[in-house]
Design a protein around this ligand. Structure first.
Ligand SMILES: C[S@@+](CC[C@H](N)C(=O)[O-])C[C@H]1O[C@@H](n2cnc3c(N)ncnc32)[C@H](O)[C@@H]1O
Length: 327
């Protein structure tokens, strides 16, 4: 597997990336209410904790999507109808679900150029362990933000492309941001290329809330790890025991929201920012949105972003949809 680290290349070492991280943390912690972007969850430990989350009994999205991918694995190779194809995955994580699709293309004797894209280098390392070995599979990992990686992959090939945006990653964005990202994806692709995109459906509220507040507390560790990341990368002195993780479904916006709540009145210094941040008792940091959808929302978003809706595939419990769109 070749890995191109666009973050390192673009940033003349890690400096630029670090300064983006510093800027976003400073802006977020100076905002009212305080906020940190969920894209920073995924340092090495965060990526490993996410793999643990996907194995939790309460975390239904991964199991639901696995069931869907197993049901459509034999449909996709036929639909693509080519001897060679590019599969580009945005935010691949450990890629264990993608393996289901890659195996089916290999079985159909279609050559695959796989471009996994992830902001986390650790995700690439986890992925490598999950990929099958085959002469028909070439893997070119790209460490970058979603759209930057997609443009790089498009520049490197003129094969028919299937973009995978699995696991409900699109749910981290509100409607306005999602439309912008999906529009940019469409504009980067060629006519007839495909997008297979995951959407977590609205469902029993306890079911959703339990998925983001598991009994073993792994999701809490995952959120608190971002404070540790700030401590180690920006020399902060967050004491994670002084915060607790809280997740709930907000029906007015249709999203699960995650917060870290300060348990005491406290000051936190972040040396590399040269700043001290005050937290009142019960003050919250907003950590993540995970928007949930109705089936009609998915068709609407597809139409609004100029794709053609080919088909939507649900798991038997109707928890999740993978929707296939074409340019
Ligand atoms: C919730 S995990 C999902 C992983 C995988 N798609 C799945 O379904 O299991 C999100 C993944 O997207 C990556 N990610 C988050 N924000 C990103 C961004 N802006 N650009 C590229 N990758 C991103 C994270 O590093 C992480 O591996």
């Amino acid at each position: 597997m070749i890995i191109t680290n666009l973050i390192e290349e673009k940033k003349l070492s890690q400096d630029f990336y670090r300064s983006e991280f510093m800027k976003e943390i400073a802006n977020g912690l100076n905002s009212m209410p305080k906020i940190i972007s969920s894209k920073y969850f995924y340092d090495d430990i965060g990526s490993q904790l996410f793999v643990e989350i996907t194995k939790l009994d309460e975390y239904y999205p991964t199991k639901a999507e696995e069931e869907i991918l197993l049901s459509l694995k034999d449909i996709l190779p036929d639909l693509v109808g080519r001897d060679e194809v590019d599969i580009i995955e945005l935010g691949v994580g450990d890629g264990h679900k993608t393996k289901i699709l890659i195996d089916s293309f290999i079985k159909s004797k279609i050559k695959i150029n796989f471009y996994p894209i992830d902001i986390s280098l650790e995700a690439m390392n986890l992925l490598e362990e999950n990929l099958p070995k085959s002469n028909n599979l070439k893997v070119h990992g790209i460490v970058s933000e979603y759209l930057e990686g997609l443009r790089f992959a498009r520049m490197n090939s003129c094969n028919r492309q299937i973009v995978l945006f699995l696991g409900g990653n699109i749910g981290n964005f509100d409607r306005h941001e999602s439309l912008k990202i999906l529009n940019s994806i469409r504009l980067t692709l060629n006519e007839d290329d495909f997008l297979l995109i995951g959407f977590d459906l609205k469902k029993n509220i306890d079911k959703m809330q339990n998925a983001y507040s598991d009994k073993r507390g792994i999701t809490a560790l995952f959120n608190l790890n971002l404070l540790e990341r700030i401590n180690s990368e920006l020399h902060g002195n967050f004491i994670k025991e002084n915060f607790r993780h809280q997740a709930f479904y907000n029906p007015t916006i249709g999203a699960m929201e995650s917060y870290l709540i300060s348990l005491i009145d406290q000051d936190v210094e972040i040396n590399d920012l040269n700043q001290t941040f005050h937290f009142e008792e019960f003050e919250a940091i907003h950590m993540e949105y995970s928007f949930k959808f109705l089936e009609k929302d998915i068709i609407e978003i597809c139409e609004q972003t100029g794709f053609t809706h080919i088909s939507s595939f649900k798991d038997t419990r109707q928890y999740f949809i993978d929707s296939l769109w074409q340019v």
